[in-house]
Design a protein around this ligand. Sequence first.
Ligand code: FES
Length: 155
Amino acid sequence: MPVLSEELRNRIRAEFPKYPDKRAVTLPALHIVHDALRMVSPAAIVEIAELLELHPSEVSDTMTFYGFFHDKTPLGKRRVWVCRSISCMLRGGEELLAGLCNRLGVKPGQTTADGSVTLEYAECLGACEGAPCMLVNDECHMNLTEDSAAELIRK
Ligand code: FES
C-alpha cells in the first residue's frame, strides 16, 4: 500500500511546471509530504524519488541536510520552536523552554503523549527585538513569559 495518496502525488506533480527539472522539486515535495503526514518516512522517500525520477538516496541526502524534517516519529499537531540563541537566552529563553518542557512533560524534540504538541529548540528566529520568542507552526510570538507561552500553546 503506497504511503503517498494520489492527492499528495498530484500536489507534487503540480510543482513540476514551476521548476526547471524534477530534481528541483525535491524540497517542495518534502515539504508537501511533511506537512500532510507530519513526517517523511523512508517509504515516503522512496515514493518521492520515484515521482522525481531520482534515487532515494538523493532525496534522503537533501532531506537530512536540514534538521527540519522528521523521519521516525510524526510531529504533533502543533510544532513549537523556542529560540535558544543569544538575545532570547539573555532574556529568559532557556527558562522558557525548561518551563514548557515541565508543563508539557516532554524534552526538546519530543511530542506530548496526546500528539498535540512537538516542542523543539531553534536557533535565532530573526525576531531578536521580541526576545524571548517562539514559533507555533509558522507563527512567531514575541516577548513571551512562561505563562503567556503556555497559554498560546493551550489555545
Ligand atoms: S536570538 Fe532569538 S530571535 Fe534572535
